[in-house]
Design a protein around this ligand. Structure first.
Ligand SMILES: Nc1nc2c(ncn2[C@@H]2O[C@H](COP(=O)(O)OP(=O)(O)O)[C@@H](O)[C@H]2O)c(=O)[nH]1
Ligand SMILES: [Mg+2]
Length: 371
């Protein structure tokens, strides 16, 4: 650092402002630590107090008399100086955060490869607590002793995540026995779209006799949305607005192999509406109730929503919008703590293609962003 600053002084003069310094360490073959390099960002133009000691002051040419700055230039420089100071503050905050992450919380003594795994988990939106716990478990795993290959450590972490993910498999249709699967969840998470994907796949690929029921009568457009899909896929569809109608409608459709029941989106905070939904589902006697949640939601909100919908008797989870997520680590607390198994994952708006049966191995690799 001393040498680097001396070079700055030589090349830019003693008034140069040092804006940023950092140590860079290259890696040979991506593994072995290479030589240390010091990177210094300095400027002669920017007007912030120099951090260089003013040695050799006498050697500097002394100006006869201070010349006043032209006002425009002075203004520009003040503005620039303010910008640079702002950037310095941001850099300081980032440094503090980095120090906190690397030294605090008891993982300052992690070997570099584990710290790297930790930061990769954070990048995948895994919360700090869960990431730390996963890294400690990988470290404590006797079969991982001596491992330092980043990919292998990541694979270990993926294995641990895989163990946390329970799956239910697809909706099980037995020809000749009418199975009823309902989708419930907050508004806009993709219930109707997912019903359309499921209906099209069961009808076209599995050649099942499928029918649709909707109790989403709160929004005219919602009924029309499902009707449009029913028309395209060529399926019977009924709209139900009272629990009594529900019973009668199901009786009329019981010659089908599969009935998919679409419901109105409910705010998880609306107790009354959730109870109402429960009455409809009881009346329908649903074999499976899939709680649909968007993977874009925050970890806490996912857990709270799942808890609030618990009363309607959900039997499995569907996670939607995987394509819109920036990292799926946020779904981990839900999958670990809620106890409901995952049935399907959806990753786009295309009906019927953007859906797959949930697979723990695949989801764990998706969470850890394996290619
Ligand atoms: N990107 C993305 N959009 C989706 C997905 N599933 C549904 N959507 C979109 O989310 C919006 C709301 O979907 P909808 O099925 O009406 O939600 P509902 O209110 O729960 O029935 C629509 O624009 C869908 O096209 C998905 O997996 N990925
Ligand atoms: Mg809908």
């Amino acid at each position: 650092m001393h040498e680097a600053l001396a070079q700055v002084r030589r090349e830019l003069g003693p008034d140069a402002a040092v804006l940023h310094t950092r140590e860079v360490r290259d890696r040979w073959l991506g593994l072995l630590p290479g030589p240390r390099r010091i990177e210094v960002t300095a400027s002669r133009e920017v007007n912030v107090p120099s951090r260089l000691q003013r040695r050799n002051r006498v050697e500097q040419p002394v100006e006869a008399a201070p010349r006043p700055e032209p006002p425009a230039r002075a203004n520009n420089e003040t503005k620039l100086s303010r910008q640079v100071q702002g950037q310095l503050c941001t850099l300081q905050a980032m440094m503090k955060d980095l120090c906190r992450r690397s030294k605090g919380d008891g993982h300052g003594d992690w070997p570099e490869e584990f710290f790297r795994l930790f930061t990769e988990l954070l990048d995948a939106e895994v919360s700090e607590d869960v990431a730390r716990e996963l890294v400690e478990r990988v470290r404590g795993d006797p079969s991982a002793e001596g491992l330092c290959d980043p990919m292998m450590l990541k694979a270990r972490a993926a294995g641990l995540i895989e163990d946390d993910v329970r799956v239910s498999g697809p909706i099980r249709v037995t020809p000749g026995r009418c199975r009823l699967a309902a989708l419930v969840g907050p508004t806009g998470v993709g219930k109707t779209t997912t019903i359309a994907k499921l209906a099209a796949n069961f009808r076209l690929k599995e050649k099942c006799r499928v029918g649709l029921i909707t109790v989403d009568t709160y929004r005219i457009a919602a009924v029309e949305q499902l009707r449009t899909y029913a028309d395209i896929i060529d399926l019977p569809m009924h709209v139900v607005s009272t629990p009594r109608e529900m019973r009668e409608t199901i009786k009329r459709m019981d010659h089908l192999d599969l009935i998919l029941l679409d419901t109105a989106g409910r705010s998880p905070k609306d107790e009354v509406r959730i109870q109402e939904l429960k009455v409809f589902l009881n009346e329908a006697g649903a074999d499976e109730v899939h709680l649909v949640l968007s993977s874009v939601a925050g970890a806490r909100s996912l857990e709270q929503t799942a808890e609030r919908f618990g009363v309607v008797g959900a039997t499995s989870l569907i996670l939607t919008k995987l394509d819109e997520s920036n990292g799926l680590g946020n779904v981990l607390p839900l999958l670990r703590n809620n106890g409901l198994p995952l049935s399907y994952l959806t990753d786009g708006q295309n009906v019927p293609d953007d859906i797959e049966v949930a697979d723990a191995h695949r989801l764990a690799r998706m969470i850890l962003q394996f290619d």
